[in-house]
Write a protein that binds this ligand. Structure first.
Ligand SMILES: [Zn+2]
Length: 252
């Protein structure tokens, strides 16, 4: 009798997140809906220097996607007193939760700036995790309050990528280094699809992140459409919001 061989393939996950709550998030949500790719939108309550998506559009967005907090006014949290940072972090959560009539569970550090004290404030405020702007990783995060990403949806700079990798633990990110080196001189699409192929084959988390205003500024709508088409609708790939990703990882 031949014994059945069980091969458990490592799980592959796709998550995307989009920061700043610009009005163009509506456009972005249409594209994500078209490809059925899940996302978390990190929205500041009243950003200081631009108009965010209006409340009604934000409520519509929340029907299909997760909304995460991004402070009240989008300050550099490391540049304000801790008491002010706490007001910004908790205030953003409370205002959004009240507007959407649901608990806002995830947070994103404005401009990717945080310290150990800021991380503690985020934990104390009741969030289940927080995203940074560290990227070029596909491994399970070591800390849910320092959630990293894989590829930023913007024109790809080799040296920026190497800089981002160098700031992290070099040896923990050998896959990231070889991926960036192999794709030197190619576009962000090549890097994104190469990372996705890697995750599909080996398991891991492919986390695309960006800003709708940046997609517009650099004229990347068609390219984003192409990347989403590439990563969407695969069997055996889980498509999760950032919050779902954190809950799934915590349960495993
Ligand atoms: Zn931001």
């Amino acid at each position: 009798m031949t014994r059945k061989k069980f091969v458990t393939k490592p799980q592959s996950v796709v998550s995307t997140s989009w920061d700043d709550g610009a009005p163009l998030d509506c456009e972005l949500s249409r594209l994500l809906n078209k490809h059925k790719v899940q996302a978390t939108f990190y929205v500041p309550w009243k950003p200081d220097n631009y108009d965010r998506i209006d409340d009604n559009e934000l409520k519509k967005l929340a029907r299909h996607f997760e909304i995460g907090a991004h402070t009240l006014t989008h300050p550099d949290l490391t540049a304000v007193p801790l008491r002010e940072a706490k007001r910004e972090i908790l205030g953003g959560k409370n205002e959004l939760s009240a507007l959407l009539n649901q608990e806002v569970e995830v947070f994103c550090y404005p401009r990717g700036k945080y310290t150990r004290e800021i991380v503690s404030l985020v934990k104390e405020s009741g969030f289940i995790g927080a995203r940074t702007i560290e990227c070029f990783r596909v491994l399970r995060p070591v800390d849910f309050y320092r959630l990293w990403a894989t590829v930023p949806a913007n024109p790809y700079s080799f040296w920026k990528a190497i800089g981002s990798i160098a700031r992290s633990s070099f040896f923990a990110n050998l896959a990231g280094i070889s991926m960036v080196v192999k794709n030197v001189r190619k576009s962000w699409i090549d890097l994104a699809t190469a990372y996705f192929d890697y995750v599909r084959k080996n398991g891991g988390i492919f986390h695309l992140f960006g800003h709708s205003w940046e997609i517009e500024r650099f004229g990347l709508w068609d390219e984003l459409d192409e990347v989403l088409a590439y990563i969407a609708a695969h069997d055996n790939v889980m498509y999760l919001t950032n919050g779902e990703l954190i809950r799934t990882l915590k349960a495993n």
